[in-house]
Design a protein around this ligand. Structure first.
Ligand code: BTN
Length: 244
């Protein structure tokens, strides 16, 4: 475990690490009680409040395939939440954590090159104690929280420390042993497998059947008896009749 920094408020925990990257050691984790400018994937905003987890963990001098980091983060969040909160979560490719068909957690990994070294910031937002009202007020109809689904409140700091520690363990394992074993664990949690998915790229939509992921983390789908690969930076995926 590296340092665990606890902030009251910040614009974005990812940006906070970016600004201090030279001073921070490998495995530094930053937790903030709120974020004023939380960032989501594909340039979207991420709503953060005092009920949820806003956490970023820094991995310095990485040489492995960094496109796999978001998938590993998703797997770690699933594992920790299932163990700690007694839930049965899944992953919607590439890295949304799903509980009872709704989004519980979003992940944004960013890379920063410093003095020729590749550093990765893993940003994790988990909805912990939010109420239904707070999501509806922000029009987030497909979002949920641990509190909504289990009826219980959870300690955000405890959960954040568990997630940060497990993530450090798993990234170290990935760096020494590669993705093979983690891929099998990931595919067990992937909710899209064998389901029809709507692939949205620019303003085009294709419907295909998900069959799993490739070794590089891209989504594999079957379309007219052909296997196609979907890259998470280029396309997003939805279910046919809703979010999943
Ligand atoms: C998404 O689903 O679009 C990704 C959301 C990622 C949110 C987390 S909260 C902690 C970290 N700091 C940010 O600004 N974003 C990530």
């Amino acid at each position: 475990m590296g340092d665990f920094i606890h902030l009251k408020t910040v614009d974005s925990t990812n940006d906070y690490i970016k600004r201090n990257i030279e001073e921070f050691d490998n495995f530094t984790a930053v937790f903030s009680q709120t974020q004023t400018k939380g960032k989501g994937r594909l340039g979207r905003q991420w709503q953060s409040n005092d009920d949820n987890i806003s956490l970023s963990v820094l991995f310095k001098n990485q040489i492995g395939e960094i496109s796999l980091f978001p998938l590993i983060c998703g797997l770690v969040v699933c594992e920790v939440i299932d163990e700690f909160c007694n839930t049965n979560t899944y992953i919607k490719w590439p890295n949304d954590v799903i509980l009872n068909q709704k989004k519980l957690c979003g992940i944004l990994c960013e890379s920063v090159i410093c003095a020729n070294n590749m550093n990765v910031i893993c940003g994790i937002g988990v909805n912990v104690n939010s109420t239904k009202d707070s999501f509806l007020k922000n029009d987030l109809t497909y979002a949920t929280s641990l509190k909504i689904e289990t009826g219980k409140s959870f300690d955000r700091i405890k959960l954040s420390k568990l997630i940060a520690n497990r993530l450090i363990e798993k990234i170290c394992l990935f760096n020494t042993e590669g993705f093979e074993k983690l891929k099998l664990e990931y595919e067990k949690k992937l909710i899209n497998t064998k389901r029809q998915v709507k692939i949205i790229k620019h303003d085009k939509e294709i419907i295909a059947t998900c069959i799993g992921i490739a070794d590089d983390g891209n989504l594999l789908c079957e379309l007219n008896s052909e296997i196609i690969k979907i890259n998470s930076g280029e396309a997003s995926v939805r279910g046919l009749y809703g979010y999943i």
